[in-house]
Design a binder for this molecule. Structure first.
Ligand code: HSE
Length: 404
């Protein structure tokens, strides 16, 4: 089977490498050999092996009837979206690692694939090499999924792990992550939570069957987390993780990306460095956890090539997906119930009484700093925000959601 690859960046090179390296086993699994016939890239490459496959015009791929699968590893919404639509409309399966594309147009492209009896597959868009899309689509189909909570961004998990283990501040570790090539030069998408937000939008759309718009998901990053927060976390037996979650509660769905204090005994607390972990809860299976490398050349390429194999195996048959274009109205974020860990600068002697007056009985946390720290009772985000507004005049050092 002849395929075309769009983009010869890190992931694209990984795809070529995996297809060459595991040629025989891939051919057995796909039922026929897989051969890369074209690579679309605007650059020229000296390496003869790939250089001879380079084309600059997408129409060469589109109009070649021999090409049955197009694999995209360019990233960004355009021109990936245009190429995906054109390929599927022409009866070619489309495989992608592009979370922006999938989060925005997943439902539409799945529908287009169905109408053309081909497949739109995107295992690599969430969790890199970790199988999570296929399990949700094909393995956990007996279950009603009611929660997915995950560490979906490797860069921020690396930063939080280093901050915890080495008592260092965010900016300092971010520089190291950039030097190691984990974080982008512009790290906003990772550290502000936008990357995890798109990934959880994809997972929730698949789990709940209707489109969850990533723009509707309240998203906070890790830029405000400090080494002092890490010290408090240690003291109360917790770790801080950037959690992306979607949950079905009383018939409504809520989703969020935010740093959260979780108990050290929580399975996701043990997911460290650049690893990702995804915790799924279903009404039949109970709890399942997926763990592995969520980014990087070969892990991501492994998922892309697995999708290529799946597309080859299902030639002429569309693999049904639950995700349709109907948009889900997410639960009002102000009505979500939470507990917060709060740190106040102790510049007023009466601070304890003020906190008691506003928040009622709270759990005090001993502070090694000149601060008063406490954990609130469970209340809605709205109730908490209203109480915080009454703290005007006090310096709030930080407030972090806690699930313990
Ligand atoms: N920037 C992403 C991460 C890459 O750090 O997890 C994989 O999507």
């Amino acid at each position: 089977m002849k395929i075309a690859l769009l983009g010869l960046g890190t992931v694209g090179r990984g795809v070529v490498e995996v297809i060459n390296e595991n040629k025989d086993s891939i051919a057995k699994r796909a039922g026929q050999p897989i051969e890369v016939k074209y690579i679309l890239d605007i650059r020229d490459f000296e390496d003869e092996e790939v250089g001879r496959l380079i084309v600059k015009d997408f129409n060469i791929i589109l109009n070649d009837e021999e090409i049955e699968i197009v694999a995209e590893a360019m990233g960004g919404v355009e021109p990936a979206y245009t190429y995906a639509k054109a390929s599927l409309s022409k009866g070619k399966s489309f495989v992608t690692s592009n979370k922006e594309l999938v989060a925005l147009y997943g439902a539409e492209l799945l529908e287009l694939a169905k109408n053309n009896e081909v497949n739109f597959l995107f295992e690599a868009s969430v969790g890199g090499g970790i199988p999570i899309i296929r399990p949700l689509n094909q393995s956990l189909t007996a279950d009603e999924i009611y929660e997915i909570t995950g560490i979906l961004n490797g860069t921020t998990n690396f930063i939080l792990t280093k901050m915890k283990e080495e008592g260092r501040n965010f900016e300092d570790v971010l520089k190291e992550a950039q030097a190691l090539g984990y974080a982008e030069k512009n790290p906003e998408a990772d550290v502000e939570g936008y990357d995890a937000c798109r990934k959880v939008a994809i997972l929730s759309s698949l789990a709940f069957g209707e489109h969850v718009s990533y723009q509707d998901i309240p998203t906070e990053g890790i830029t405000k987390i400090t080494k002092e927060d890490m010290a408090y976390a240690e003291q109360i037996g917790c770790v801080i993780k950037l959690l992306a979650t979607c949950q079905k509660q009383d018939g409504t769905i809520f989703a969020r990306v935010a740093p959260v204090l979780i108990s050290k005994s929580h399975p996701l607390a043990m997911v460290n460095d650049v690893f990702n972990g995804i915790f799924v809860k279903g009404n039949v299976i109970g709890e399942v956890m997926f763990y592995g490398r969520g980014a990087g050349k070969l892990p991501t390429a492994s998922a892309v090539v697995a999708d290529i194999v799946d597309a080859a195996k299902h030639k002429g048959t569309n693999i049904i997906s639950l995700w349709n274009r109907e948009k889900i109205e997410l639960k009002d974020k102000d009505q979500v119930k939470v507990r917060y860990f709060v740190r106040l600068q102790k510049d007023e002697a009466c601070i304890e009484n003020v906190v008691k007056e506003i928040f009622g009985d709270t759990e005090e946390v001993q502070s090694p700093y000149n601060e008063y720290a406490f954990i609130t009772n469970i209340e809605t985000e709205e109730q908490f925000a209203e109480k915080v507004s009454r703290l005007a005049g006090f310096t709030i050092m930080n407030k972090i959601r806690i699930e313990k």
